[in-house]
Write a protein that binds this ligand. Structure first.
Ligand SMILES: [Fe+2]
Ligand SMILES: [Fe+2]
Length: 174
């Protein structure tokens, strides 16, 4: 029994590709920070990569629960070279902005199909995007403020847990 339209199924399969793509991109950004001798930023992006994988898996389970067909698209190779930390974090923020638009498009489809179950499922992602865009934007501002030579300050701010709402108090982030 299908509880999902073909179009919604297709768009969710595409989103699974975007979420896995974000995960791979964040692994590569983590590698950049590892190479730069910034292990806290590295671990921060490894955590983000894990979360993106969890997002992909939430969509996988939804498609299967709704009786749809899982078709994972090919994932483009992530970018692996960055001149600066600012460039790497900017790319991450661009990703988050793009994903926010994709989630909104999915919500738009759910609304127009009057698929209230999908809409309810997708609202979690919309709230998640608010948090992720906001924390990535904060990180980019911090990196710009300290400059490339001051990134150790960003490291300690993240390590102290005061920066970036991603790991804020009482947040269960998945
Ligand atoms: Fe995501
Ligand atoms: Fe994200």
């Amino acid at each position: 029994m299908m509880m999902i339209s073909e179009a919604m199924n297709e768009q969710m399969n595409a989103q699974i590709g975007h979420e896995f793509g974000a995960s791979l991109q964040y692994v590569n950004i983590a590698a950049y920070f590892d190479d730069a001798g910034l292990p806290t930023l590295r671990d921060h992006f490894f955590r983000q990569a894990d979360e993106e994988r969890e997002h992909a898996m939430k969509f996988v389970r939804y498609v299967l629960d709704a009786g749809g067909a899982l078709r994972i698209p090919s994932i483009p190779a992530p970018r692996h070279q960055f001149a600066t930390a600012e460039e790497a974090v900017s790319l991450a923020l661009e990703w988050e902005n793009t994903v926010t638009k994709q989630i909104n498009d999915l919500l738009g489809r759910a609304a127009s199909e009057r698929d209230y179950v999908a809409h309810d499922f997708l609202e979690w992602f919309a709230r998640e995007q608010l948090e992720e865009v906001s924390s990535m934007d904060t990180l980019l501002k911090m990196v710009r403020r300290t400059g490339e030579s001051g990134l150790m300050l960003v490291e300690s701010a993240i390590a102290s847990g005061r920066a970036l709402s991603v790991s804020g108090p009482g947040e269960s982030h998945s």
